[in-house]
Write a protein that binds this ligand. Structure first.
Ligand code: SF4
Ligand code: SF4
Length: 385
C-alpha cells in the first residue's frame, strides 16, 4: 500500500508541477514544418520572390548563397537552379528555421551546464563508493527528474537527439546541426563513464529508476514488497532493435514519428499527451515498479545507440577477481541481467549497465568498483557450481 501511495504521489507531483513549469516557460510546440507552396517564376528577382512568399532575408541568403545586397535584384534564373531545386532548398531551410524557432536558447545551455555539474557529482560519488543506500539513490534520481524534467522540461533529451533527427531527416532531408552536437555530447558522456547520461541525467531514465527504487528493500538489493522481474536481455533487446527499425521505416515511408503518441518524455508536458499516450506512458511508469527501466530496455532509440557505445566506455563497473569469493551477491542485487554478464563473462553480449552502483555496495569483499580501464576475465572455473 505504501509503495502504491508513493507511486501515486510521485506521478501526481510530476504531472501537476510539469503543467505549471511548461506554462511558466511558455514552451512552444515542437512541430515539423509543412512544405511551403511557393509562388515562383524564374524571371522574379530574389527580392520579389522573398516578398511574394514571405521569406526572410536570412533564408534567401542561405538558399541562393548571396554574398552582396545587390544580388537581391538578380533574377532567380541566374543562379543555375531549377524551380524544383529552389523549392526543395527553400523547404529544407524552412524546416531548419522552424526547428530553430521552437527551441528555447536560454534554457538549453543552462540545462547542459547543470547536466554536467550533476553528472560530475554522481561520477565522484560512484568512484568514491558513496552511493551506498536506497535513500541516496532516491535522492539523486529524484533530483535528476525534478531538475531535468519537471523544471527544465522534456526537451532536449538524449532520446530526442536520435529520434527527432531520424524523423526530420526522413521527412525533410535535413539534419538540425545543434541536435547532432547534442547527440555527440551525450554519446561522449556514455563513452567517458558507462552510459552516464542515461544513468544520472535523462529525465525519463531517472524517473523510471526512482519509481523502481520505491519498490526495493532497505538495502536496495531486492524487491521491497511487490515482485520485481529481470527481463531476459535477448527478449528486451530484440524488441528494442525491432522498434528502432520500425521507427526508421515508418519515418522514411510515411514521414511519421512512431513515438508521437507514446513518447514518455511527454510526461513533462502532460497537456500534450493523447489518450493513448496517457495509457502507454503511465502504464510504462507503473511497470517501472516491477521491471527495471522498461522504456530504456524495450524501446528507447538512444538506449540502443548508447548500449552500443557503452562497449567503449573508459570508466565502468569492474570486478577484482582476487578479492571476489564467487558469492554472486552483486549479480543478485543488480536490477537487470547485466551484472551476471560482467561478473561471469559467459555471454556473447553484455546488456546495458546503468551505473547505479548496486553491485558495488552489495559485494561483501569490496571486489566491485566503478573504475578506469578494461575489464578482466574471471579465472577458469571461478563460477563453476
Ligand atoms: S535509454 Fe532511458 S535513460 Fe537513456 S535516453 Fe532513453 S529513456 Fe533516457
Ligand atoms: S552492473 Fe547492475 S548493479 Fe552494477 S551498476 Fe550496472 S546496472 Fe547497476
Amino acid at each position: 500500500m505504501k509503495i502504491w501511495g508513493a507511486l501515486i504521489v510521485t506521478l501526481a507531483f510530476v504531472i501537476i508541477t510539469s503543467i505549471i513549469s511548461v506554462n511558466l516557460w511558455g514552451e512552444k510546440a515542437e512541430v515539423i514544418a509543412e512544405d511551403v507552396q511557393l509562388t515562383l517564376t524564374m524571371e522574379m528577382t530574389v527580392a520579389q520572390f522573398g516578398t511574394a512568399n514571405e521569406l526572410s532575408k536570412t533564408l534567401l541568403k542561405e538558399v541562393f548563397g548571396l554574398s552582396t545586397p545587390e544580388q537581391m535584384e538578380q533574377p532567380l534564373g541566374s543562379f543555375g537552379l531549377s524551380q524544383e531545386q529552389i523549392s526543395e532548398k527553400v523547404n529544407k531551410a524552412h524546416a531548419l528555421a522552424t526547428e530553430d524557432a521552437t527551441k528555447n536558447w536560454f534554457k538549453i545551455p543552462l540545462k547542459f551546464a547543470l547536466w554536467f555539474l550533476f553528472m560530475i557529482l554522481c561520477f565522484v560519488l560512484l568512484i568514491k563508493k558513496k552511493i551506498v543506500s536506497r535513500k541516496t539513490r532516491l535522492g539523486l534520481y529524484g533530483l535528476g527528474f525534478v531538475i531535468f524534467g519537471v523544471i527544465l522540461g522534456a526537451d532536449p533529451s538524449p532520446m530526442g537527439t536520435v529520434k527527432d533527427a531520424i524523423v526530420l531527416y526522413a521527412s525533410k532531408g535535413v539534419l538540425f546541426p545543434p541536435r547532432l552536437v547534442a547527440f555527440g555530447v551525450f554519446t561522449l558522456t556514455v563513452v567517458l563513464a558507462n552510459k552516464f547520461i542515461c544513468s544520472w541525467g535523462c529525465q525519463v531514465g531517472t524517473l523510471q529508476d526512482f519509481i523502481f527504487r520505491l519498490n526495493r528493500n532497505a538495502k536496495d538489493a531486492g524487491s521491497g514488497g511487490l515482485p520485481q522481474f529481470k527481463i531476459p536481455f535477448v527478449v528486451s533487446n530484440t524488441i528494442r532493435v525491432l522498434f528502432f527499425i520500425a521507427l526508421i521505416w515508418v519515418a522514411f515511408s510515411w514521414a511519421y514519428d512512431l513515438t508521437e503518441e507514446i513518447d514518455p518524455f511527454k510526461i513533462f508536458k502532460p497537456l500534450k499527451m493523447s489518450i493513448i499516450g496517457w495509457v502507454f506512458i503511465v502504464g510504462t511508469l507503473i511497470a517501472s515498479l516491477f521491471v527495471y527501466r522498461p522504456w530504456c530496455h524495450l524501446f528507447c532509440p538512444f538506449g540502443m545507440t548508447g548500449w552500443l557505445f557503452e562497449k567503449l566506455s573508459l570508466f565502468k563497473i569492474k570486478v577484482n577477481y582476487d578479492a571476489c569469493i564467487s558469492c554472486k551477491a552483486c549479480e543478485k542485487a543488480c536490477p537487470s541481467e547485466v551484472m551476471g554478464g560482467i561478473l561471469k563473462r559467459d555471454k556473447l553480449v553484455i546488456p546495458d549497465c546503468f551505473s547505479c552502483g548496486n553491485c558495488i555496495e552489495s559485494c561483501p569483499t569490496d571486489a566491485v568498483s566503478f573504475a578506469f580501464g578494461k575489464r578482466e576475465k574471471p579465472p577458469a572455473g571461478k563460477f563453476d557450481e
